[in-house]
Design a protein. Structure first.
Length: 229
């Protein structure tokens, strides 16, 4: 009986938390992505810094800092990454409480081009997540990116382009602790943006991303800077 009551209270608490999220209020993500290679070698570094808000600015959703070592075999398009991320997540609303997560990830990125102007990229990512007061959790991610230049056929300086992606998140290790577990489906993200190549190594994107979980659906503005060093 006590165990049943405890599980009920946990479920109620989760329901109350998610019901407080205003799904009509648009959030905002501000992001910087970078990548570089070590001269002519197959090795390099890539990463990103993201400041995510439940609203336009100030209500922290997440602060994400991530970086990894990349390896791209010579004369091959595919690129592999082994990396680490640190994520601070905040509650929705006036609460200032946060939780921290350390994350190790492995990734494979495979770009291709079809037709005169369709740039397609597949990204496969596997994550091992170490959250405060939780068991080790794992997650599988697949992202399909599509960039379409408008005023050019190549992604070079002064090119205006449309950027789209859809990313699916699937939970691996589902047990959070002895009493809680997550669903197999974690979330899905769909993104549409307008991008511009400021130079051959720097581009900016402004778009909207729709994120859907089992408990809520929310739209976020996204401003991102992509830098090839």
């Amino acid at each position: 009986m006590k165990k049943t009551l405890f599980l009920f209270l946990l479920t109620l608490n989760s329901t109350v938390f998610y019901s407080q999220i205003d799904q009509d209020k648009i959030g905002a993500w501000y992001m910087y992505f970078y990548n570089t290679s070590f001269k002519e070698s197959c090795w390099g570094v890539q990463g990103d810094i993201q400041y995510r808000n439940w609203n336009t600015f100030g209500d922290l959703e997440q602060l994400l800092i991530r970086s990894g070592i990349t390896y791209q075999p010579k004369n091959e398009k595919i690129k592999f990454t082994l990396g680490y991320g640190n994520i601070t997540t905040g509650d929705y609303g006036t609460s200032s409480s946060t939780v921290n997560e350390s994350r190790i990830y492995q990734e494979a990125l495979f770009p291709s081009k079809f037709g005169n102007r369709f740039y397609l990229t597949h990204r496969f990512r596997f994550e091992q997540r170490f959250n405060e007061n939780q068991n080790l959790r794992t997650r599988y991610r697949y992202n399909l990116f599509l960039n379409i230049p408008i005023n050019n056929t190549e992604m070079v300086k002064n090119t205006l382009y449309v950027a789209l992606y859809n990313e699916l998140f699937i939970n691996g290790q589902r047990k959070i602790d002895y009493t809680r577990q997550v669903e197999i489906f974690d979330r899905n993200r769909t993104y549409l943006a307008l991008g511009y190549h400021l130079s051959n190594t720097l581009k900016v994107q402004l778009g909207v991303m729709k994120q859907a979980t089992n408990n809520w659906v929310k739209n976020q503005y996204q401003v991102s800077l992509h830098h090839k060093i």
